[in-house]
Design a binder for this molecule. Structure first.
Ligand code: GLV
Ligand code: MG
Length: 301
């Protein structure tokens, strides 16, 4: 499986080709052209060709190129996959599957992709990400996380999830009452645990309030603290914040490298634990530090 950076995943409506160049130059780790909910139903079929052309023709630099297809229980799903993959070929890296409820939803896309890749003689495999945004999807998230070797990430879709659960939230998916703690903590926890257990990434939810970068930053930092690898961005203005929050700082990297070196030295001397700056350091600290160093390597830091 390709290891990708996905600190920021920027949504762009696939029907709106005036927004494509800005998305391609946004600096997002991943951009997805959205054939689903950001696209009016009447525009969805025409948007497939626009998406395929943009994926093929624009300069995306090091940005991962993705689409969000329509859910597998809609009439658009097979056409989305067939038309965009046929039109974009190797210029499409990832398909995001929304409203996944069961592992078989993922298999359906996986099988269709396998047939298409063979028919079109594609030189690379298209990867998948899924949105957990139905209560049934959350119930099945552990099985979904292991449903396909194309699957690289699970995204928490707080908007649809609020609706599926019947939660009373505002337009930023925050509770309308003074709720103690994070109303989405249970969903966020289950998703990140399932993703990490399957060896894939968890990506945090969209944050509609694009005029409040400080609140977006706080939400991103909380997700990062839980183990999320990145966050959805609904506006190019959110991309820089996510890229910063989900990258280790130079201090964190330096500390992690020093910790690894200290531990290895102790290990070579036959010890399983040692001290660093007055703090006990053992094998669990080593794993934590290696999480930081491997993220730094992936980012070329
Ligand atoms: C994303 O699709 C969401 O529903 O939050
Ligand atoms: Mg949704």
């Amino acid at each position: 499986m390709t290891r990708r950076v996905r600190r920021s995943e920027l949504a762009t409506p696939a029907s709106n080709d005036r927004m494509f160049a800005k998305a391609a130059g946004s600096g997002a780790d991943l951009v997805f052209l959205d054939l689903e909910d950001a696209c009016a139903p009447a525009e969805r079929e025409a948007a497939r060709g626009k998406a395929a052309r943009a994926l093929r023709d624009l300069d995306w630099g090091r940005t991962t190129r993705a689409i969000r297809m329509n859910g597998v229980d809609t009439r658009w799903a097979h056409g989305d996959v067939i038309e965009v993959v046929t039109g974009a070929r190797e210029a499409l890296d990832v398909i995001i599957v929304p409203k996944v409820r069961t592992a078989r939803d993922v298999w359906w896309v996986d099988v269709l992709l396998t047939q298409l890749e063979e028919t079109l003689n594609l030189r690379k495999r298209i990867a998948l990400e899924v949105l957990i945004e139905e209560t049934e999807g959350l119930q099945n998230v552990a099985e979904i996380a292991r449903s396909s070797d194309r699957l690289e990430a699970i995204i928490f879709g707080a908007g649809d999830f609020s609706a599926a659960q019947g939660a009373q939230v505002d337009t930023n998916f925050d509770p309308i009452v003074d709720y103690p703690g994070d109303i989405w903590h249970y969903a966020r926890s289950r998703i990140v645990v399932a993703a990490r257990a399957a060896g894939i990434d968890a990506i945090d939810a969209p944050f509609p309030n694009y005029r409040d970068p400080a609140a977006y930053r706080a939400a991103a930092r909380q997700a990062a603290a839980m183990g999320y690898a990145g966050k959805w961005a609904i506006h190019p203005g959110q991309v820089g914040v996510a890229n910063e929050v989900f990258a280790p700082t130079p201090e964190e990297i330096a500390h992690a490298r020093r910790l690894v070196a200290t531990y290895r030295e102790a290990e070579a001397g036959g010890l399983g634990a040692t001290g660093l700056d007055g703090i006990l350091v053992d094998a669990a600290h080593l794993r934590l530090a290696e999480n930081v160093t491997s993220r730094a390597e992936l980012l070329g830091l």
